[in-house]
Design a protein around this ligand. Structure first.
Ligand SMILES: C[S@@+](CC[C@H](N)C(=O)[O-])C[C@H]1O[C@@H](n2cnc3c(N)ncnc32)[C@H](O)[C@@H]1O
Length: 402
């Protein structure tokens, strides 16, 4: 598929190039943030499976430069919109008239936001990004080339987080982090069961690393493939996190089984110690937290209490009282649990499965950061050695020349 054809079929691929992101995946993180406000109060982050680095770019721009995207950007836009509509006055009226010609209120609000970008860089930011592939440097991000499924990566990561204070004799005493994100994906084979299995290995490895570094109350966001036993995974995650939800950003194709678990409120069971020697893997069962004695079965269940509140951003949040009823959703002796599913990303955002018409004279841009060491690079080199030009064998090239 040519570059410009891909531009039409994949709006987020095109947008990423236009807006300076290394990969279209950036929009997945931004849309997750829109829904879950992931970066609020966050300064220390580990980005797993990070290459080519668009998630790290988002982290760098939000935490280090203090730019506003995702939820914070949306809130700003809403505020500008409110100020614009409620502002009134002669001067404002004039602006409104101009705005009408150039894209209406929305256009005017966007223009205002662009004119006055308020940067709020955070203090004490630490971002560590890890991938099997090398990654081009990014402002303020420590990049590491390592396999997240290998136990030796854990001390390397801890050292990268605290190079000055890290002590190999008590590695788990390093300062904890607020957020661990993982966009890990194997090279998909098309054999669904195999792909889901390999993906689950990456997820367990990411969770294991998260258990070693997260602070109580911390967050964990990771890519999953929604296979048939994914509810077992949710039940396991629910042991160590207060809230577990599964989300599908609008930039993730509906046709793909990809989704993201968003786990908030890290609360390891009492006495739980992550192990560097015996990392988690598929089939590992996390220790159940010590629960209070169950009340007798004929004791009256608390009634579901439906409450609602108006959030700061003006949205009305309705709580159906499910939090108190988690036990109802658990089947098979507490081993399965269905996590609430949320679609996220503004409905007006591009549809990842749609093809868009582009103007005929539109120039297709090159990717912001071509892969530094793509797996196909060696194959191309070997082919070049064997036959000269890409795609032509030596024999054919000689025949053509004679
Ligand atoms: C979808 S890409 C990540 C994109 C990235 N989040 C971004 O925004 O640019 C998946 C990455 O997972 C990495 N990966 C797969 N298995 C890995 C492993 N065992 N350890 C580290 N990285 C791994 C791949 O090298 C690949 O770069």
């Amino acid at each position: 598929m040519g570059k410009s054809s891909k531009d039409k079929r994949d709006a987020y691929y095109r947008l990423a190039k236009e807006e300076g992101w290394r990969a279209r995946s950036a929009y997945k993180l931004l849309q997750l943030d829109e829904e879950f406000n992931l970066f609020e109060g966050v300064t220390r982050v580990v980005d797993l499976c990070a290459a080519p680095g668009s998630w790290s770019q988002v982290l760098s721009r939000v935490l280090i430069k203090g730019e506003k995207f995702g939820r914070a950007g949306w809130q700003d836009k809403q505020k500008n919109m409110r100020d614009y509509v409620l502002g009134g006055g002669g001067e404002k009226e004039e602006v409104k008239e101009e705005g009408k010609e150039e894209g209406g209120v929305e256009g005017e609000v966007e223009k205002k936001a662009e004119e006055t970008p308020k940067l709020t860089p955070r203090e004490g930011v630490r971002i560590v990004a890890i991938d099997l592939q090398p990654m081009s440097p990014l402002d303020g991000v420590t990049t590491m080339r390592a396999d997240i499924t290998h136990p030796s990566t854990i001390p390397l990561m801890l050292k990268a987080l605290d190079p000055d204070t890290y002590s190999p004799s008590s590695p788990l005493n390093s300062s904890p982090v607020d957020l661990v994100i993982s966009d890990g994906a194997p090279d998909v084979t098309g054999l669904h069961d195999l792909d889901i299995y390999v993906q689950s290995q990456l997820l367990w490895a990411a969770l294991n690393l998260a258990l070693c570094v997260l602070k109580p109350g911390g967050k964990f966001v990771a890519k999953i493939f929604r296979g048939k036993d994914v509810d077992l995974l949710f039940a396991q995650l629910k042991i160590v996190f207060e809230r577990v939800r599964v989300a599908k950003p609008r930039s993730s194709r509906a046709s793909s089984i990809e989704a993201f678990v968003v786990c908030e409120g890290f609360c390891p069971p009492e006495g739980f110690m992550p192990s560097l020697e015996r990392p988690l893997g598929a089939g590992t069962v996390l220790p159940e937290p010590v629960r209070e004695e169950p009340v007798s079965s004929d004791a009256k269940k608390p009634e579901k209490k439906v409450t609602s509140r108006v959030r700061e951003d003006g949205a009305i949040e309705i709580d159906l009282g499910d939090e108190t009823d988690d036990e109802d959703d658990i089947e098979e002796g507490g081993r399965r649990w269905i996590a609430p599913f949320l679609a996220c990303g503004d409905l007006s955002a591009y549809d990842a499965d749609a093809t868009y018409h582009l103007p005929k004279d539109r120039v297709s841009l090159d990717p912001v950061q071509p892969p530094t060491a793509p797996p196909y690079k060696r194959a191309l080199e070997m082919r070049k050695l064997a036959g000269g030009a890409y795609g032509k064998t030596k024999g054919r090239a000689e025949k053509a020349a004679s």
